[in-house]
Each structure stands twice: as C-alpha cells, then as structure tokens.
Design a protein around this ligand. Structure first.
Ligand code: 13P
Ligand code: SF4
Length: 342
C-alpha cells in the first residue's frame, strides 16, 4: 500500500482538561441535566470514551451510550427535538447531517479528534483530484466537508466489509485519514489502496514491547485491540474490532481476563456487560513514551457532568453544517447504512 506524507501538526492543540467535581457538585449537575433534558425535549447521546458519569446519566435518562455509528442512528431515529451529543465534533456533525431539522448541541465544539485535524478538506480534495481513478473511502472520524468529498463513509465496524466489497468489484481506493486502520483494512482485503497519514493520538500510543511483556505475565488473558492501533500491536491481538465489537466479543468469549487496547472509558459499559470478568488496559508508556493521552482521549474528556449541565446555556456550542455539504455528505453516509442493511 502506498502512503502519502502526513499532515498532522507537530504540536496538537490539546485542550485543558476539566477540573475535579465534588460529590455535592456531581449531585447538583445530575439533577440539573435531568430537568433540562425534559424541559428542552432533548436526549443525551454519549460515546463510550466520555466520562463514566455522563455515560451513566445518558442511560438513566432514556438516552444512549454507544459507538459512533450507533450514536448517529439512535439520534436519527429518536423523537426528541434536540440531540445533546457527548463525544467529539465529527459525531455532532454526523447527527446534524442525518437530522438537519433537529437542534444538535455539544458540551463544547472544541472537542475534536486528531484524525479530523489531520485531514483538512482543501488538501484532501487536492489529493483526491490527483487520483481521479480511485474510489474515495473515508472513516467517520472526519469533518462534514471531507465526508462530502467521499464516495463512501465507513466506521471501524464495517470498514473491512465495505473495502472488500469494493475490491471485489475491481475498484482502486483512496483511504483516509487513519493510516493504521487503512493498513489493517488493506491487509485483510488485499485491496489496491493509497492512504492518508493521519493517526489517533490515543491508539497510536499502545506499545508492542510492553504489551508482549504484559501478555507473558498474564498468559490466560485475551488481547482485544481497536484497529486504530499500530500494526505490531494489532498482530498481538486475539480479536480486533470497533468499540461495540470489542464489548460483544468480550461478552461471548469464554476467557475470564482481558487486556484491552482502546480508550479506558470503554470499561464502564464493558464491565457492565461482563461483571465477573477482569479488564486490564494495554500499556501506553515505555522508555520512549510521549504519551499525552495514556488511553484517554483528551477531547472526549471535555464531556464531563459540568459541561453537559451547561449545554443549554452555553453559546457557540450548537452544531451547524452548510446545506450544500449536508446534501453531499448524506450520500456516502446513507450508502453506509444501506450497505449495512443489505
Ligand atoms: P468507534 O467508531 O468504534 O466508536 O470509534 C470512534 C473513535 O473515535 C475511536 O477512537
Ligand atoms: Fe479521535 Fe482518537 Fe479521540 Fe477517537 S480516541 S476521538 S480517534 S483522537
């Protein structure tokens, strides 16, 4: 697989993380959120990587916790007039594209994603234009404008299936933006792919040597890995899959102990699914560690109880997407949903 030079800035704009919330504040924020959700005819939809208290509240209030694809579908099909998306910006944008008539709010629009940052629309369009013979497949972790330029949008749960289908049809592919996921998909499908060079700052930090060592001291534990991780880490996996697929595989596995290479936030729903099993996070640090995330996405962490409690009173946190971009981005997004139902 040919790759192109990456465009991820050397210094990423990591946000300042939220402060400590006392038990009294926690109680107050929870009550306020519950009341406001009812008053505003709103539903709270949270990603697995957000604060545990936010995930728990989404469940308690009739909302939803899930992966990026399930969040988009839940928001699209729910009757609430307002969707409160606790996640990162591309998730809010996907919700708006799928339901343009709904009000979509996020605790903060600063919650972005290193994959989205790595793939600016202008450079990506130039790249696509330079390869007009290739079908453009983009990961959901991209801006609405990049999706609008794509032929297909996929999430990690169906990337392999879609690319295998396209490769069977003899199509050559441009893949963006995660190069680890791109390599994983290419290896599995044998597709003719050229890949953008983005990466996820969380999964990119999982370390091969340290995982090997942890495996050796825990030979009974199965290793479950998200495909945004580096290739050597993926090679040590007993199972590779998206967030929801990892939880399901853990539920159906006959193993009792797991080493998991994805954001630690997933442990809340995973432990609910397998209360009698033991979960360990895969190692992120080594002697050469540059880890700023250490298995916690810095942007997902902006979604805490305080920011969610202020979501209706904050200005500048409603998601808007240009009508023309919505029209274009809907095409590959709907293609993905149709593919899943086929
Ligand atoms: P999922 O599509 O598995 O929810 O993953 C989204 C994400 O941001 C992974 O880092
Ligand atoms: Fe993006 Fe990685 Fe954070 Fe997921 S975990 S939102 S891919 S930076």
């Amino acid at each position: 697989m040919i790759t192109i030079p990456g465009t991820l800035p050397k210094r990423l704009p990591f946000p300042e993380l939220p402060g400590f919330i006392s038990p009294e504040e926690k109680e107050e924020y929870q009550q306020r959120i519950k009341q406001r959700l009812i008053k505003e005819n709103a539903v709270l939809i949270a990603h697995y990587y957000t604060d545990t208290a936010v995930q728990s509240l989404a469940e308690q209030t009739g909302g939803f916790v899930g992966d990026s694809l399930e969040m988009a579908r839940f928001g699209r099909d729910h009757k609430a007039e307002t969707l409160v998306i606790a996640g990162v910006k591309f998730m809010g944008e996907s919700a708006k594209i799928l339901t343009p008539d709904k009000r979509v709010l996020m605790p903060t629009l600063e919650a972005t994603c290193s994959l989205d940052i790595s793939c600016p629309e202008k450079e990506f369009t130039e790249f696509c234009t330079a390869h007009p013979d290739r079908t453009v497949v983009v990961y959901a972790n991209t801006s609405a404008a990049v999706k609008a330029r794509a032929d297909w949008v996929v999430t990690s749960s169906i990337a392999v299936k879609v690319v295998a289908f396209l490769a069977d049809e003899g199509q050559k592919i441009i893949w963006a933006p995660d190069h680890h996921l791109g390599r994983y998909v290419q290896r599995d499908t044998g597709a003719d792919m050229i890949s953008w060079q983005g990466n996820c700052v969380v999964h990119d930090e999982f370390k091969y040597e340290e995982l090997m060592a942890l495996k050796k001291t825990n030979p009974d534990a199965a290793v479950f890995v998200h495909p945004e991780s580096p290739e050597p880490v993926i090679d040590l996996a007993d199972f590779v899959g998206s967030t929801s697929q990892i939880i399901n595989a853990c539920r159906t596995s006959n193993k009792k102990r797991f080493i998991v290479a994805t954001d630690k936030g997933i442990f809340f729903k995973m432990q609910q699914a397998v209360p009698d099993k033991e979960l360990m996070i895969a190692p992120t640090s080594s002697e050469t560690a540059t880890c700023r995330s250490c298995a916690r996405c810095p942007w997902m962490q902006l979604n805490d109880l305080k920011s969610v409690s202020e979501v209706f009173d904050t200005s500048g946190n409603e998601v808007f997407v240009d009508q023309n971009i919505i029209k274009k981005a809907l095409v590959p997004l709907n293609k993905m949903f149709a593919f899943m139902n086929s």
